[in-house]
Design a protein around this ligand. Structure first.
Ligand code: NAD
Length: 358
């Protein structure tokens, strides 16, 4: 039996972009003489419409059986007002899925391809040489999950709680050090240790784990300074490791340095090889069903799946090089066009990447 991939296209542009990533995976099967099994399931708004819940039990049980998950996106205006909010696509499907599956490490590579330097939000003298930053974000702890949480005093007082344990920090720190070891051997840990107790524990633990990685140069930076440095001199960063809330914000900031949301993949990993792979963007309801969506972030997420879940480094590189070649030869969906180029649709972008894999 081949590796089982749970395919969760979701809402909006999800089905269109996942379709292209699947075509790329079929090409990998052919080129690398392997076979994957695929099972598709409902998630998000479409799942709510059909079953009354954005994360139906059959979907969760498929995910638990699978070796990896290929995820599109969930959400859209149609489901924004569902009550209670825990039945809305993101709160009711994505967050519980990550938590249930123990996916504590979110890897978000923000790479600016030289061919797209013109699309970056920054001036070309800052990013002209390209950019390649990996944000490692803790995904199932911190203020998004801490208790107590909610409203008291007749709704006039709100509370969220930020909690981290030594164990939670240790395991994400290790992911950061291991990633840095495979890259430039530099790790920057981001916290707010001048104000927050959880950040002081964070810094203490990351420093302690760092003693086991003497080959990796560890630096610490306060989150406010990091936000500023990312736009002032982003090339100074290689691997960044940080907690949930800071990572959410900083990884979106880093993504804008690279031009378009449509280019950025992510992997959410637990302790083994299992992982959930998804583009960082949402369901883009404004362009859904129009063959306009950029499928590259999802295709690059499939490449991360090949690398992290299936140990197929050569296949991952083959897909990534094909994307790079497609861009170098001028293939552009509307979101990454800077004027003058011929614009291609979702499916043709998939065709071009597949052609470049030959
Ligand atoms: P979005 O990322 O869906 O879209 C932001 C803008 O970027 C839009 O103009 C969109 O057209 C464009 N865009 C996004 N992906 C693109 C692609 N692949 N190709 C071309 N253009 C692309 O963010 P939003 O509009 O704030 O959210 C829309 C919905 O998606 C909301 O319901 C939100 O909750 C949900 N969302 C889901 C996820 C997820 O599933 N992981 C993440 C973020 C937002």
């Amino acid at each position: 039996m081949g590796k089982l991939i749970a395919v969760l296209p979701g809402d909006g542009i999800g089905p269109e972009i996942v379709e292209q990533a699947l075509r790329v995976l079929h090409k990998v099967e052919e080129a690398f003489e392997t076979k994957f099994d695929y099972e598709e399931a409902l998630i998000g708004g479409v799942a709510f419409d059909e079953t009354g819940h954005p994360l139906p039990p059959e979907t969760l049980s498929l995910c638990k059986r699978a070796d990896a998950i290929l995820f599109g996106a969930v959400g859209g205006p149609k489901w924004d007002q569902i009550q209670p909010p825990t039945l809305r696509p993101e709160l009711g499907a994505l967050l519980p899925l990550r938590k249930e599956l123990g996916l504590f490490a979110n890897l978000r590579p923000a790479r600016l391809y030289p061919a797209l330097a013109g699309s970056s939000a920054l001036k070309s003298d800052l990013v002209g040489g390209g950019l390649d930053i990996l944000v490692v974000r803790e995904l199932i702890g911190g203020i998004y999950f801490g208790e107590p949480k909610g409203r008291t005093d007749n709704g006039t007082r709100a509370v969220d709680t930020c909690v981290y344990t030594q164990g939670e920090i240790e395991r994400i720190a290790r992911v950061g050090f291991e990633a840095a070891r495979k890259r430039s051997k530099r790790l920057c840990s981001v916290d707010k240790a001048n104000v927050l107790e959880t950040s002081r524990l964070w810094r203490e633990m990351v420093t302690r784990i760092g003693s086991e990685y003497p080959d990796v140069e560890l630096t610490h930076i306060l989150v406010d300074n990091c936000a500023m440095q990312l736009v002032r001199n982003p090339a100074q960063f290689d691997v960044i490791v940080t907690e949930n809330l800071f990572g959410d914000i900083l990884s979106d900031e880093a993504s804008m340095l690279t031009g378009s949301l449509g280019m950025l993949p992510s992997a959410s990993l637990g302790t083994g090889t299992f992982g959930l792979y998804e583009p960082i963007h949402g369901s883009a309801p404004d362009i859904a069903g129009q063959n306009k969506a950029n499928p590259l972030a999802t295709i690059l997420s499939a490449a991360m799946m090949l690398r992290h879940s299936f140990a197929m480094e050569d296949a991952a590189k083959c897909v990534e090089s094909a994307v790079e070649m497609a861009l170098a030869k001028g293939a552009r969906t509307a979101d990454i066009a800077s004027g003058g180029e011929e614009i291609v649709g979702t499916k043709v972008m998939g065709d071009i990447v597949i052609r470049e894999m030959n």
